[in-house]
Design a protein around this ligand. Sequence first.
Ligand code: NDP
Length: 246
Amino acid sequence: MTQRTALVTGGTGGIGSAIIRYLAKQGHRVATNFRDQAKAAAWHENMAREGIDVLMVPGDVSDHTACEAMVEAIQSKLGPVEILVNNAGITRDTTFHKMSYQQWTDVVNTNLNACFNVTRPVIDGMRGRKWGRIVQISSINGQKGQYGQANYAAAKAGMHGFTISLAQENAKFGITVNTVSPGYVGTDMVMAVPEEVREKIVAQIPIGRLGKPEEIAHAVAFFTGEETSWITGTNLSINGGHYMGW
Ligand code: NDP
């Protein structure tokens, strides 16, 4: 397998960590961003104990200028970013009639505007080299909507529009752009939901359990491989059968 340079945003989180492990084990050079130095150092040490070397660069994905600097720092150390996984994300749940402007903008900036902020500095290089793999981590709730998540559902649905437009513009340049839409995965984001609510969610999943981060990582690795050069502008739902639409 050709070794590539991969940037996975939000790599210190549950799904991001699994994606980084998977890509690193495939032999790729991997990088991620961090915001909290102490948290990042502890995470980095854990990864190193597993034998995984990750380049960590400071960067808030909601900050356009910071993302330019982050990409530049990664490229100067590992070479051009060839695989990009737009994974960093947050929720700020509440019903829309109670939602503050801050809750709206925080979620849209971190989940959707981040796709612009991080992808824009890498796209020219990918086009020039005529090879690239870009994967957005969206969500089941961007497909079906969710009570209390108008901000998150709007941002995650927007990622699909981003994916299919970027896929069209860059297909001739050897760049594929796809979306992975996880259902409920047992990471901190979901474990923060009250247990009784989680039980109700699991009861709605035909396969009868939460997803595992490794299952999302497997799909990302599929889209970032050499063999999937004819798959672009698509969305892969991984949700235990929770939502069976597009
Ligand atoms: P986690 O909360 O475990 O991890 C989120 C990661 O994103 C962390 O590394 C966090 O870093 C980073 N991050 C958040 N905000 C920013 C920011 N402004 N700038 C840079 N990094 C940031 O979440 P998951 O691993 O569960 O989720 C990963 C992705 O998968 C998200 O996009 C989420 O929406 C999506 N998803 C998750 C599902 C689930 O069930 N878990 C279901 C569907 C989609 P920090 O430590 O600095 O906060």
